[in-house]
Design a protein around this ligand. Structure first.
Ligand SMILES: Nc1ncnc2c1ncn2[C@@H]1O[C@H](COP(=O)(O)OP(=O)(O)OP(=O)(O)O)[C@@H](O)[C@H]1O
Length: 260
């Protein structure tokens, strides 16, 4: 079954169509990437999927049910989100932020149990932040904040995870570590990704978006090509194989490159 399905989706901002008749699906337990140039609509598409925006036309289905018909708590049980919108106004501790991931699994007045704390602590350990439990969230660096938010998503323990540039702010060690952790969850994953080599290493399939539409879809080998980089991103590339992972590796060069 398609765990996540986007059907005939349209969304406009100030009368400008940002999402233009998008259809896509993410099958159960697949890791699917979304790539496209700046401003093509990736975040707007994800915001429709995680219900920050309401589609103007079309619908989104989670396990076959229109997400508009699913209660908030049910959505939280089934879909975790790591978005770019994380402007926490109040100064929570790291522990409080990560434990928010348990909300979906409790009654309104239930307090956190030892088990909840264990899950939260384990998630922090998996993102390399076990010593940060009592730190103030606002005092963290950009990369540390991003890892805390990923730990909160892990704590939520949902079967579908939506990520908007999950490796944003992360140094190379944590880019790989976080992607390894997410991949190891073996849950249905849909992620907007800017780094094509990360996309190549981790995605089963990739959607390529341009100007609000899906232009290409396929395995990394099929869509991470010289032709598509030139056509969609306007850049020249050289495609090789990473000798360690055996996955596609992309090197870019500018038109101005002039070997001496
Ligand atoms: N609240 C808003 N008001 C006006 N325009 C908006 C708003 N949100 C997004 N847009 C516009 O919609 C288009 C798509 O934006 P979106 O953030 O979805 O792109 P993106 O593909 O995620 O870009 P990036 O790769 O730069 O993160 C852009 O032209 C953007 O300026």
């Amino acid at each position: 079954m398609d765990r996540l399905e986007v059907s005939d989706l349209e969304f406009s901002i100030d009368d400008k169509k940002i999402i233009d008749n998008i259809n896509l699906c993410v099958k159960e337990n697949k890791f699917v990437g979304l790539i496209g140039p700046n401003g093509c609509g990736k975040s707007t598409l994800l915001k429709n999927i995680y219900r920050l925006y309401k589609p103007h036309k079309g619908a989104i289905y989670l396990n076959g049910t229109n997400i508009e018909k699913i209660k908030n708590k049910e959505i939280a049980k089934n879909m975790s989100v790591v978005s770019q919108e994380n402007n926490h106004q109040f100064d929570f501790t790291v522990k409080e932020i990560v434990l928010m991931g348990r909300y979906a699994h409790k009654g309104l007045l239930d307090s956190n149990t030892e088990k909840d704390e264990e899950i939260a602590f384990d998630s922090l350990e998996r993102v390399g932040l076990k010593d940060f439990y009592d730190r103030s969230f606002l005092s963290l660096s950009g990369g540390e904040k991003q890892r805390v938010l990923i730990a909160r998503a892990l704590t939520q323990n949902a079967k579908t995870i939506i990520l908007d540039e999950p490796t944003n702010h992360l140094d190379i060690k944590y880019q790989l570590q976080i992607m390894d952790v997410i991949k190891s969850l073996k849950v249905t994953t849909f992620a907007a990704i800017h780094d094509f080599n990360i996309a190549s290493n981790y995605c089963d399939y990739i959607y390529v978006m341009e100007k609000g539409k899906i232009k290409y879809f396929g395995t990394p080998e099929k869509v991470l090509t010289k032709k598509i980089f030139e056509e969609v991103f306007g850049v020249k590339s050289h495609i090789s194989k990473n000798p360690f992972t055996n996955k596609i590796h992309i090197s870019f060069y500018s038109d101005c490159y002039n070997p001496v």
